[in-house]
Design a binder for this molecule. Structure first.
Ligand SMILES: [Zn+2]
Length: 208
């Protein structure tokens, strides 16, 4: 695999000597098969805004969070076996707008995370507009999930495969919103593909 281009949230790599089916499986895993963090459970403590609680929860769920795959596991794979989760499978983010006497926009910068890495990828994502006297206070729980369960966990925004003149070579372009870097996505996707192929081989072996 050769890196042709890498800049910010985009990477272009050349895959050599890989059958098209594997290249395509890798592309699909890059898109929605690598775990990322997203807010999944929101406890509304106070909401006097015009947006309903479900609207607030949706806005928070769609806020991309920087993801660290080295310290966290998906809840289904965590040994806490707890619905509430633990420090290895969930991160708490708090938002308390306070009350202002002017109209203001609450943004992702108002979300404070208990983790120093898992936090919004950008500080200026608008969440809600509050009129004077209105207040929003929530606890939001983020966890790892995959885009094939819900789009909020998509690991990339773009994952495209293009042909070259050489049938043995394919060009893979991956773009992310910054929850993971594109090279982190590709590395995790290769691990995931190897794991799936291993499991498939085992299944075939037991079938004899
Ligand atoms: Zn846990």
């Amino acid at each position: 695999m050769d890196v042709i281009e890498e800049s910010g949230n985009k990477i272009v790599v050349k895959l050599k000597g890989i059958p098209i089916q594997y290249a395509n499986a890798l592309r699909r895993i890059c898109l929605s098969g690598v775990p990322t963090f997203a807010i999944d459970d929101v406890v509304i403590i106070e909401n006097s805004s015009v947006l309903a609680d479900e609207g607030v929860a949706h806005r928070l769920a769609m806020t991309p969070l920087r993801t660290d795959l080295s310290r966290f596991v998906e809840p289904s794979a965590c040994d806490c076996h707890s619905e509430l989760g633990c420090s290895k499978c969930r991160v708490l983010l708090m938002l308390d707008s306070g009350v202002s006497d002017t109209t203001r926009t609450v943004t992702s910068s108002d979300l404070s995370s208990e983790d120093e890495v898992v936090k919004p990828v950008s500080s200026n994502i608008p969440i809600i507009v509050l009129a004077p006297g209105q207040k929003l206070k929530v606890e939001a729980y983020a966890r790892l999930g995959r885009g094939n369960e819900h789009a909020k966990w998509n690991s990339s925004t773009v994952a495209v495969l293009t042909q070259t003149n050489n049938p043995e070579e394919h060009i893979l372009t991956v773009e992310t919103v910054g929850n993971l870097t594109p090279s982190e996505v590709i590395r995790a996707a290769i691990d995931e593909l190897e794991k799936r192929l291993g499991e498939f081989q085992q299944t075939m072996a037991t079938l004899g």
